[in-house]
Every structure is written in structure tokens, then in C-alpha cells.
Write a protein that binds this ligand. Structure first.
Ligand SMILES: [Zn+2]
Length: 441
């Protein structure tokens, strides 16, 4: 383990540590961030009153919309959220803005060291060691993406090969040329790189790659997607969850478990039901997260909008970590869950069905239309491609997938199987859901 003392800490001691650090975070933002001073005063919170875990829930949560508002006014560019002097900021990043205006994120050098320490826990748990040569095939730009993972590799002592400003073809050639032993990417792009490798005349499973660290999408905990990536590269595939506002908060390990250990040494992670009450192990809930060691632009009880199935980590995994566990990874972003004809649909459920069936390619998209011919039912169309590897005819693949989707999601879908390479090939996160219903926001 990267930090055995913290990762195997007794639960009681860990809870105490979390409450102490939470109180210090609240005190820090109360004293330095005008946004939080106002918010905490309005709620009547005195940082010194936070003494127990139950006291944490007295503190108001922070919503994404509030961050945008706070940056829309106040000093440019971070608004009233900044909790250090502007000269202390060393890193600029911003959220992707898929659900609205991007939020600008400031980090100090101390924050950045904390970020890479969190990522070092992730990478070490997934078997990255000083003798590894790790490739980073992503665009190094304003999005935090794998930036901190790059620094974490250096911290571990592994060798970093930055694959930023290269085409996908150049990237696979570089991976082959220098024999990288691991790479980090979204699940979507791990599949895409395997496809490009074949286009370039290589067999990806012949590469020296032994480990693939996935993040940005839940795919590495979706069994059908994980199996496809593992098979394509003949490598172990690991999952990681993080967010620009939170940090690198969850990771799968080298054990048999499927899902994420929650890094409770660096984050206070609450898993709450619709009424804001903590759920028990075995139940699902929404994550409300507080990074415990961040100073420049920290958040208190941030509503992450990720849903997980909570478990006691010691029941699920034998690696020895005492952290709680998200079984099956992030089950869905609450923003992505949608109702179709009254049935709740999680996009990852469709992903697993499509990727578990070998008769179609890795690519697919889901279109939801507001009306069928009669005008009153939602129509879900899954568009995917023929698989040149297995050669299953389009009509047969379409019928088989339709049956499997009905069985798993209880939703009757139309399935269009189009010729191979008809669909776009995304380079970072894929936007696979196209909801065309009028009342959809
Ligand atoms: Zn484990």
C-alpha cells in the first residue's frame, strides 16, 4: 500500500481523524473564503461546534450551481470561492461544463502535492511500481483528466511517457516503440486505441502493456466493458473515480473485488439517501464529499451527484484496506439517470449489455425520442456497429441485442446495427446518450 498506516487504520480512529480534519477545513474556509463565511453564518455554524460525526450533517451542502454563481460575480477568475491569496495559486483547471458553465478550479502547490499523493494511492493499489513505464495518451490541457496521475507516477518513481499532442496512430506507435508497461485513459479510449493499433497493423495483445488505469467513465467496473478492454490488450484493467471539485476519491485494487475503495483518509465521503440521511452497507445512496486537505479552493460537503452501492470494504475485499467500498463502482451519475416510459434507466446498464455481446463492435449510442408513431411512448434506439471480428450478420445481431436489452433493462429498444466504423470515435469521454425528448432538461 502507498500509505499502509492510513489505508488500514482502525475504523474508530479513522472516523475521529475525519471529524478533526473536517472541522479544520470548515475553519479554514470560514476564515478565508467569503463565499463560505456567508454560507456558514447563514446556517449558524461555528467551526468549533463540530465535534462528532453527527455534527457534520448540520453543515449545509454545496451544490454545483452555487459554484457557478460564486464565480459569476466577485473577483475574477475564482470569485469568492478562493481561500488563499491569489499569489499562492499554482494550478489552473476547469470542469468540462457538460452540465452547464465550466467551474474554474484553483489549486496551490500544497494542493497539487495532495492531489498526486491521492493518485499515488490509486496507482500503487493497482500495481504500478518504480520499474513501470507509463504512457499518458490524453490531451494535456485545462481539464484535470490525468494530470495528477502523471505527477503521481513520478512520485512513485515510475517512468512517465507523455503522449499529449499526438494522433491516436502516433500514440500506439510510441507505445510499441518504447514498450510501455501501463497506460491511463478513459475506458472508451482504451478500446479505441486497441482498434487503432489493429488499423496500424499491430495486435494490441502483443504489446508490453500489463496494466490499464481507467478513469473518467464508469466502464472499468462495468463487466462487459472491462472484459473487452482486458481481452483486447491482454492486460489487467483498473477503475478509478475522481472529480475536479473533489479529487481522486476512489480506486479498485489488485484483489478480486469489483468496485472502488473509498479513500477515507483524504476525503470525508458521506453516502446519503434522498432525505440526506446516511445509508447502511448494502444500500445505495448519493455521495456528498469533502476533500480533507485542500486549501486554495476547497469544498465542504459537495454534492457530487454520483450514486454508489455502499459496502463495508472488509466484507468485499481481502486486501486489508479498512475503507468503505462502492460495489460495482459508480452506478451512475444522477444527472444521467433518466425515466423511459416510467422505468428508471441507467446508461451503464445498456453499456454492459452491448459490450457483453460479441456480435457488435465497441461503439454504440443511445437515442431517446419523445414519441412513437401513436404519439405517446418514449422510443429508445440503440445504434451500434457490426463486429468485423466475429462477422455476425447485422439482422441477427440486432435481434439478439434487442432480446438481451429487454431482459436486462425491461425496456423495449429498437436496435440498429450499422456497418463497422459508421459511428464517431471519441478521444476522451464519450457522450453516448442523446435524449431528444422535448421536456428533457
Ligand atoms: Zn482491495
Amino acid at each position: 500500500m502507498w500509505n499502509p498506516a492510513l489505508e488500514t487504520m482502525d475504523r474508530g480512529a479513522l472516523r475521529e481523524l475525519q471529524v478533526d480534519r473536517f472541522r479544520e477545513q470548515v475553519r479554514h474556509v470560514y476564515e478565508h473564503s467569503p463565499f463560505y463565511r456567508e454560507k456558514l453564518d447563514a446556517a449558524g455554524i461555528d467551526p468549533d461546534d463540530i465535534r462528532t460525526y453527527a455534527d457534520v450533517r448540520e453543515v449545509p451542502t454545496t451544490k454545483k450551481g452555487e459554484l457557478r454563481e460564486a464565480q459569476g460575480s466577485g473577483p475574477f477568475p475564482y470569485g469568492d470561492l478562493l481561500a488563499v491569496g491569489p499569489a499562492e495559486v499554482t494550478e489552473y483547471h476547469q470542469t468540462s461544463g457538460t452540465t452547464g458553465e465550466p467551474v474554474r478550479q484553483a489549486d496551490s502547490w500544497g494542493d497539487w502535492e495532495w492531489w498526486s499523493d491521492c493518485w499515488a494511492s490509486v496507482l500503487w493499489a493497482q500495481g504500478i511500481r518504480p520499474d513501470d513505464r507509463v504512457f499518458f495518451p490524453f490531451s494535456y490541457n485545462v481539464f484535470v483528466a490525468f494530470w495528477a496521475a502523471h505527477y503521481a507516477c513520478e512520485r512513485i518513481g515510475a517512468e512517465v511517457v507523455p503522449g499529449g499532442n499526438l494522433s491516436s496512430a502516433q500514440r500506439v506507435r510510441k507505445m510499441r516503440e518504447v514498450d510501455v508497461t501501463a497506460f491511463a485513459s478513459t475506458p472508451t479510449y482504451a478500446l479505441r486505441l486497441a482498434e487503432v493499433a489493429r488499423e496500424e497493423g499491430f495486435e494490441p495483445s502483443d504489446f508490453a502493456v500489463e496494466r490499464i488505469v481507467c478513469a473518467g467513465e464508469p466502464g472499468a467496473s462495468v463487466p462487459g466493458t472491462k472484459a473487452r478492454i482486458e481481452e483486447a490488450w491482454d492486460a489487467a484493467v483498473y477503475d478509478h473515480a475522481g472529480a475536479t471539485e473533489a479529487g481522486a476519491w476512489g480506486f479498485s485494487c489488485d484483489g478480486e473485488s469489483v468496485g472502488l475503495h473509498l479513500n477515507e483518509a483524504q476525503f470525508l465521503i458521506e453516502v446519503l439517501d434522498e432525505d440526506g440521511e446516511p445509508v447502511d452497507p448494502g444500500e445505495t445512496g448519493e455521495i456528498v464529499i469533502t476533500p480533507l486537505n485542500r486549501t486554495a479552493q476547497p469544498y465542504i460537503r459537495f454534492e457530487l451527484r454520483d450514486e454508489i452501492g455502499l459496502r463495508d470494504g472488509r466484507d468485499v475485499c481481502d486486501c486489508g484496506r479498512t475503507f468503505r467500498f462502492a460495489e460495482g463502482g459508480v452506478l451512475g451519475r444522477l444527472d444521467d439517470l433518466t425515466k423511459v416510459n416510467g422505468v428508471l434507466l441507467a446508461p451503464t446498464a445498456i453499456e454492459d449489455v452491448v459490450r457483453s455481446y460479441g456480435g457488435v463492435s465497441d461503439e454504440y449510442e443511445v437515442i431517446i425520442d419523445g414519441h412513437d408513431e401513436k404519439g405517446d411512448l418514449d422510443v429508445v434506439t440503440v445504434v451500434t456497429e457490426e463486429n468485423p471480428g466475429t462477422g455476425v450478420p447485422a439482422a441477427e445481431a440486432s435481434e439478439e441485442l434487442r432480446k438481451r436489452l429487454k431482459q436486462t433493462t425491461s425496456i423495449t429498444c429498437r436496435v440498429d446495427v450499422v456497418p463497422y466504423e459508421s459511428l464517431d470515435r471519441p478521444e476522451l469521454k464519450a457522450d453516448r446518450l442523446d435524449d431528444r425528448r422535448e421536456d428533457h432538461v
